[in-house]
Write a protein that binds this ligand. Sequence first.
Ligand SMILES: Nc1ncnc2c1ncn2[C@@H]1O[C@H](COP(=O)(O)OP(=O)(O)OP(=O)(O)O)[C@@H](O)[C@H]1O
Ligand SMILES: [Mg+2]
Length: 194
Amino acid sequence: MKTFIIGISGVTNGGKTTLAKNLQKHLPNCCVISQDDFFKPESEIEIDENGFLQYDVLEALNMEKMMSTISSWIESPSHSLVSTDQGNAEEIPILIIEGFLLFNYKPLDTIWNRSYFLTIPYEECKKRRSTRVYKPPDPPGYFDGHVWPMYLKHRREMEDITWEIVYLDGTKSEEELFSQVYEDLRQELAKRKY
Ligand SMILES: Nc1ncnc2c1ncn2[C@@H]1O[C@H](COP(=O)(O)OP(=O)(O)OP(=O)(O)O)[C@@H](O)[C@H]1O
Ligand SMILES: [Mg+2]
């Protein structure tokens, strides 16, 4: 069966989950897989010399489990996970995968039909992150000591990427981002004449 797989990545608090949920509401036959659901338990997370838990790295994630969830969807797209009920048999099944470390994970490289990457500036990111409560909560200095440096590292690694990534300005409103991506997807889907 033909499918259409969308990647939504970007910086922490860039609005990945919000955008994915907004798209899912308006796309027929659409499922979402969130990378955040695949973090290993805290006991398996490495700790650096400053005592910071190393959450913002691929090693903190059970990527094998995430891959098998994706494979299950590909094998049987129409009746898995939490699909919206607007779908009908003629609509191509769409999968949105959203998370902060998608385009640095080689086994997924060939899967993307369209790739988006949300960015926001340092100050905005730090501000948004400070309003959230993670499990476990960010200790003092965590953003500057782990989160932001890891993000910069992952951005550098992404310089080698050969396929097209559509960069999105995460400071735009939720509605603007939704409209921009929805319109882009409409065109992409039409191009493929599914
Ligand atoms: N376009 C936007 N403009 C302003 N604030 C936004 C926007 N989109 C999301 N937010 C807010 O920013 C915060 C992060 O949003 P969201 O959870 O969607 O981001 P994320 O990239 O999934 O973050 P995480 O790193 O936790 O996975 C939330 O408080 C959300 O309400
Ligand atoms: Mg999220």
